[in-house]
Design a binder for this molecule. Structure first.
Ligand code: 5GP
Length: 201
């Protein structure tokens, strides 16, 4: 859901922004981590979410893990650039303050975001935004990856697999597509896209 469109945002269109989007389980988070290690100017934009942290996740690093009440208060107070209920009952959102902080530090924010969120952010910042869509090789492979991650319940796994088929239909909205058949190759392809984008005036 798009939340802002004020004249004050107009000058921000000259700041660069990178969005990495994909169906869940396609490996985009690992690709984002690779890109951040490779390009020091990139900085991960930490989203807020109401889902529970996984065992390897840290608050303020992977997400700002907040309560539903606090998330809804931030929606009300228009603190989000965009937000979605990505999975049933779980909110995810990009904080305006996060993007602005990174821009003020001279960094290029990189967002790990679902396809609807990517479309909204792209509409909001159409000029200097690059969106990379990461495609998992097949539905079977996607299911296998989600299972091997071991962090999903049967219910949340099914929700992610069925949402992923729906999200694949959005591929046509994005002109930069990286197929994650082989992780290293996908990283190199994504790095090539980022390099070209950063080199643009
Ligand atoms: P996960 O629960 O696996 O960390 O993330 C689930 C989905 O939510 C992923 O597709 C991820 O990219 C997306 N996501 C993470 N942060 C945001 C956000 O701020 N906004 C939106 N719209 N989606 C997000």
């Amino acid at each position: 859901m798009m939340e802002i469109n004020t004249p004050a945002d107009m000058d921000k269109k000259y700041h660069k922004l990178i969005l990495v989007t994909a169906p869940s389980g396609s490996g985009k988070t690992s690709i984002v981590k690779f890109l951040i290690r490779k390009f020091p100017v990139l900085a991960f934009s930490v989203s807020a979410t109401t889902r529970k942290p996984r065992s390897n996740e840290k608050d303020g690093v992977d997400y700002y893990f907040i309560s539903q009440e606090s998330f809804e208060k931030k929606i009300h107070e228009k603190e989000f650039l965009e937000w979605e209920m990505v999975y049933e009952g779980k909110y995810y959102g990009t904080l305006k303050s996060e993007i602005e902080r990174l821009w003020s530090e001279g960094r290029v924010p990189i967002l790990d975001i679902d396809v609807q969120g990517a479309i909204h952010v792209q509409q909001h910042y159409p000029v200097n935004t690059m969106v990379v869509f990461v495609q998992a090789p097949s539905a079977e492979e996607l299911r296998r990856r989600l299972e091997s991650r071991g962090s999903e319940t049967l219910e949340s796994l099914e929700a992610r697999v069925s949402k992923s088929a729906y999200e694949m239909t959005f591929k046509k909205h994005f002109d930069k597509v990286v197929i994650n058949r082989d992780f290293d190759t996908a990283c190199q392809e994504a790095a090539g896209l980022v390099e070209d984008f950063l080199a643009k005036p």
